[in-house]
Design a protein around this ligand. Structure first.
Ligand code: ZN
Length: 561
């Protein structure tokens, strides 16, 4: 009853403060399970933190970070007072959620993590649906890529939280996220806890009883979801962006929305501050209940904040909606960090994104990018197969509307027909005015390793970093800049997934309370995060044989120790 009352009070406000709303009830329920907090000794300066928190803000492009940085006053402002790499790169071409998350705590590119896309095709899979979801185990009977058993089985390399347990078995590895694939790719194999929002509640793939925190937060979230979310009242910085834009196709209007939601609308629950607040509330409650950061064995908590991605997809990145979302995220993160301070935790934070994002082409054109357009429907994979005279012989994942990334040739074809089809398909793609490049499997298999920093990579370099011969297609297709692969705009206005800087460039931030502010301009990669954090945790062996390198010159992190 008290929680419901709190909900109504909060909804009367113009700002959502979910952490403040949910956390007290969760903590009260979890109190009996929580270990007593021992008094902490003040940490030795720059000794490994007792709790390492790694946050991924889904679709938080470096462009958005740069644009809104002056507006942040809460958690994002605090983190930006650490060491900020403005030019981080998810260096691969297929800039989707699953590949992006797979790089952050492994130090490996998708060519090594095996996570080549959110979806891929396995024509030898022992089930009728040959599309494989990155975070599923398709061997589970009765499953499909849409109705799957969550699993880390496709992640081929260990995460930092896993590696930490080798020298430090008492260390805990916990993942909480708004998406299962985020929690799976950052937590890796056999985490101590893994919780992800399944559309209605937090769920897990682990065979463990739910901590009291999860039960309490799920109950509070159900209460929240059942009542409508009124529109947020935009501050002037957001109101200035409230220009209605009509989308091609559906005629839907975006740009001036205020993230309101009808009672019970679970889809729009995800696309707004409620979702991130709920993930942060559960993260905080689990820290308390499980006792993360309470002993000298450092723990890793990875947090996936997904609402920014859904807001970008539903409304694009350039309107009032994204402004409201990012300012709310800043507030929620501020509340979260303030709570950790109250608990006297010794913690460090790293923050990045799984990929960036592009705005809707209709708004980009209004802002002077004349080439921005929606993709030609003739580039849809099955249409291409028909056009070149091989109907049904090309297969492609559906995650970005079946227009970009991996295209597979029917494995049942004879080798000479297969060769003819491949040549015709490559020729078709390469002649199309919206296609930037199309590479064959043979070309990518033989491509040399890049020799430059990620900002100067060729399209071939990027596609090669997304190529795993065990899972990738026979052709890899990339569209020209600002050619948007969303055709049906009735739900999604825009997306990501391209090799262009708006999708590849993300912020990478390291923060500890003792650090001085530093903004670094040199290009780095998200695969550099893991070895840098391994140095922070004094785990040098964890960083051997990986793609990333420890980032030198960050205060308090000694790459050579
Ligand atoms: Zn994503």
């Amino acid at each position: 009853m008290a929680a419901l009352l709190d909900c109504r009070v909060a909804l009367a406000m113009t700002e959502f403060r979910l952490l403040k709303l949910f956390l007290p009830a969760a903590l009260a329920l979890a109190a009996s399970a929580a270990a007593a907090t021992p008094p902490l000794m003040p940490p030795t300066p720059m000794a490994p933190p007792r709790l390492l928190i790694v946050i991924s803000v889904d679709q938080f492009s470096a462009d958005l970070f740069d644009e809104y940085r002056p507006q942040f006053t809460g958690g994002l402002a605090r983190l930006a007072s650490g060491t900020v790499f403005r030019n981080g790169y998810q260096s691969h071409a297929a800039t989707e959620t699953c590949p992006g998350h797979s790089t952050i705590l492994t130090g490996r590119r998708p060519s090594a993590t095996g996570i080549v896309g959110n979806l891929w095709i396995d024509q030898s899979a022992n089930r009728s649906d040959k599309t494989i979801y990155c975070a599923e185990d398709e061997r589970a009977p009765g499953t499909s890529a849409a109705d799957y058993k969550v699993s880390p089985v496709h992640l081929l390399v260990p995460t930092l939280g896993q590696l930490l347990k080798q020298p430090s078995p008492a260390s805990l590895n916990v993942a909480v996220a708004g998406k299962d694939r985020s929690a799976v790719m950052m937590g890796g194999h056999a985490p101590d806890q893994r919780w992800y929002w399944d559309g209605k509640r937090f769920a897990t793939d682990l065979s463990k009883p739910a901590p009291a925190s999860v039960v309490a937060i799920n109950a509070a979230a159900a209460t929240m979801l059942a009542i409508p979310r009124p529109p947020l009242v935009p501050p002037p910085v957001c109101a200035a962006k409230a220009q209605p834009v009509r989308l091609e196709g559906s005629g839907r209007v975006i740009g001036a929305g205020a993230l309101a939601r009808a009672a019970g609308d679970a889809a729009h629950f995800r696309a707004g501050p409620e979702a991130d607040g709920t993930v942060l509330a559960l993260s905080a409650a689990l820290i308390r209940e499980i006792g993360l950061g309470q002993d000298n064995a450092p723990d890793v908590l990875s947090i996936g904040l997904s609402a920014t991605d859904y807001v970008g997809h539903f409304f694009g990145t350039g309107g009032q909606e994204m402004c409201l979302q990012l300012l709310a995220l800043d507030r929620e993160l501020g509340d979260f960090l303030a709570r950790l301070d109250q608990w006297n935790l010794d913690y460090a934070v790293a923050l990045t994104a799984d990929h960036g994002g592009d705005d809707a082409p209709e708004r980009l054109r209004l802002r002077g990018i004349a080439s921005a357009a929606r993709v030609d429907p003739a580039l849809e994979t099955t249409m291409v197969a028909k056009t070149i005279g091989h109907p049904g012989a090309l297969l492609g994942p559906q995650s970005q509307g079946n227009f970009i990334g991996d295209v597979y040739v029917d494995a049942g074809l004879a080798s000479d027909e297969r060769a003819r089809l491949l040549a015709k398909a490559l020729d078709f793609y390469r002649r199309h005015p919206q296609v930037a490049a199309a590479y064959s499997r043979a070309e990518l298999s033989g491509a040399p390793a890049p020799t430059t920093t990620a900002d100067k990579w060729s399209l071939m370099d990027m596609a090669r970093a997304s190529f795993d011969p065990r899972r990738s297609g026979d052709i890899f297709v990339m569209l020209k800049p600002h050619v948007n692969p969303i055709v049906d705009t009735s739900i999604y206005a825009s997306t990501h997934g391209s090799p262009w800087p708006y999708d590849r460039r993300v912020p990478i931030i390291f923060w500890r309370p003792e650090m001085d502010a530093a903004t670094r301009e040199e290009p780095v990669e998200t695969v550099d995060i893991m070895p840098t954090l391994a140095a922070m945790l004094r785990l040098p062996n964890a960083a051997s044989g990986i793609d990333g390198k420890c980032l030198h010159g960050i205060q308090g992190i000694d790459c050579d120790r």
